[in-house]
Design a protein around this ligand. Sequence first.
Ligand code: GRE
Ligand code: ZN
Length: 261
Amino acid sequence: AQSVWGYDSDNGPERWHENYPMAKGDKQSPIEINSKDVRHDASLTPWHASYDPGAAKTILNNGRTCRVVFDDTFDRSVLRGGPLTGAYRLRQLHLHWGSSDDHGSEHIIDGEKYAAELHMVHWNPKHGNFAGALKQPDGVAVVGIFLKVGKTPKAEIKRILEEIDNIKTKGKEAPFQHFDPSILFPKSRDYWTYHGSFTTPPCEECITWILLREPIEVSADQMAKLRSLSKNGENEPVNPLVDNWRPPQPVKGRIVRASFK
Ligand code: GRE
Ligand code: ZN
């Protein structure tokens, strides 16, 4: 079996199950969503995020993604409503992206792949801590936001991209404070929801996905900036960090619900 998982042919998604058998489970993510198979659910209420800009701590490159980490030691930045019961605490956000603008998202909507997908990861404090939440079906809630290259780029993502030069290589970390990630939300709160998993090993099946229908726009330059991150450590040969997405997994009878008609 491969020593460390990644996205290359020798350690990529097709081989994750060798070390992480859950990767072949019945509730894996991402999935392909087809509007014709989605069930509108009028009982799905709106979701609300109440984020404290003071909870943002650091930004880092772990060689597989770029992640912003938040203080989750108390209920300071929380997500509630929608398909969720109770308040879930924001722990981190990160992105998945491609090597060109025509692919990079993990979820696929009616055949459409977006240039990137942003994941805001929250956990249910009734399970005590994050590790405990990963073992529970209602342990984690992820808001997924699609990024699309367009003419009216969202200025708010600049804050994250500005830091990229400071975390170019694997293992680099920089302070990232006073940031309210709700500035990244699109106008519409419409969403799809289903039960699935982490899209990275061990692929625990503990996630209530809340995927936002409206993508946010970024510029081609902004996407290029994201692709300038490296998988390699400092003073190692350059290996661009791109195509850190998992392909769609079997739906296996799961129903995707929509908050909108
Ligand atoms: C990831 O590592 O990509 C990830 C998480 C948590 C939830 C979803 C997800 O770390 O894709
Ligand atoms: Zn993710």
